[in-house]
Write a protein that binds this ligand. Structure first.
Ligand code: ZN
Length: 118
């Protein structure tokens, strides 16, 4: 069976365990993968910053506030992007977005707290 280079699809000569036709293609392929990873990181950063902006706008100067999940959803808040998680004493899972944390207070309500800066 003929194998094709994973980068340029040219037929590979020689050893059958090779994935690339040349060192050049191997290097280029690695560069593409690195760029993809970089783009993904930039994308996540973008959503995280947007999430923080949304929380900042909603919270104003408040340290603790409940919001309708529907409202948060309407702002374009991305629930899946957070900078970390923690469990409080009651076993409730908080998701962190930089200096804010939020949790599902109920099916309809999201509780947002501002983390104390100490
Ligand atoms: Zn190639």
């Amino acid at each position: 069976m003929k194998k094709q280079c994973e980068h340029c699809s040219k037929e590979i000569q020689g050893r059958s365990d090779k994935r690339f036709c040349s060192l050049d293609c191997k290097n280029k392929s690695a560069a593409v993968r690195r760029a993809d990873t970089r783009d993904a990181v930039v994308e996540v950063d973008k959503w995280l910053h947007r999430n923080r902006e949304i929380l900042l706008t909603l919270m104003g100067n408040s340290n603790k506030e409940q919001f309708d999940r529907a409202l948060l959803t309407r702002t374009g808040f991305k629930y899946e992007y957070h900078t970390g998680t923690y469990l409080n004493k009651e076993g409730k899972m908080y998701r962190l977005v930089y200096d804010f944390a939020w949790m599902e207070f109920s099916d309809q309500k999201i509780l947002i707290v501002r983390k104390k800066t100490t």
